[in-house]
Design a protein around this ligand. Sequence first.
Ligand SMILES: C[S@@+](CC[C@H](N)C(=O)[O-])C[C@H]1O[C@@H](n2cnc3c(N)ncnc32)[C@H](O)[C@@H]1O
Length: 235
Amino acid sequence: MTVYGIGLGPGDPSLLTLRGKDLLEAVSTVYTPGRLSRAVVSEHVSDDRLGSLSFPMTRDPETLRTAWKDAADSIAPQARREDVAFVTLGDPNVYSTFGHLRRTLEAFHPEIDVEVVPGVSAVTAFTSALGIELTSTTGLTLCEAANGPIPTTVPQLLLFKLLDVPTVHEQLSAANYDVLYGRRLFMESGPTVVTDDPTELADRDYYTLAFARKRSFESSPATAAFSETHEVADG
Ligand SMILES: C[S@@+](CC[C@H](N)C(=O)[O-])C[C@H]1O[C@@H](n2cnc3c(N)ncnc32)[C@H](O)[C@@H]1O
């Protein structure tokens, strides 16, 4: 049978995909890795079908391997008999806990099929929430602020796992970026904050990201852009 990795979207239960919703209704048990994903999925799945798995907040590889092996071993006997799901916020293949489970199942329980159902990722949802349009000609570099040095030569950056906004803001300003921050975007457990003022986000909240654009950035005009003076067609 199959373990479905289902993306829940950024946190508003109405941003789950139709395919994700259908599968959540079809599987026997839906496993959640944390409190927030559980709150979102509870809008679609009754409590008696929810299973929880706990994972240590650590970077220690040995502790992580043990935790994921235990999780895979506890899901596997059931997944041999029936379909189950494991949900993550956003998309299961974007900086997500699901990757650990998939790799562990492949290594220790290769007879179990794994299928990923994409979700609306914060990687794309931030554009709507922050009012940013990404046009075709300029790249966007994606990285985790909490994981090593931030690249400061690229034209546009999207930073995840932004825990220390004031310090990162200093670094980015010094490297000539304008920065816009988003916290708890499309999340029911808000408050949602969109701001360019780092002092509003001095407290730590894991669900914070930043979009940074070089002050020298010049976007190419979009294909269907109009000049300032154009005639408005009648009727
Ligand atoms: C481990 S990553 C998971 C990403 C998720 N799988 C996705 O596709 O959106 C978590 C980071 O994504 C960002 N993030 C995810 N959802 C967010 C939201 N609703 N609002 C703001 N940032 C979010 C935050 O920077 C957070 O630290």
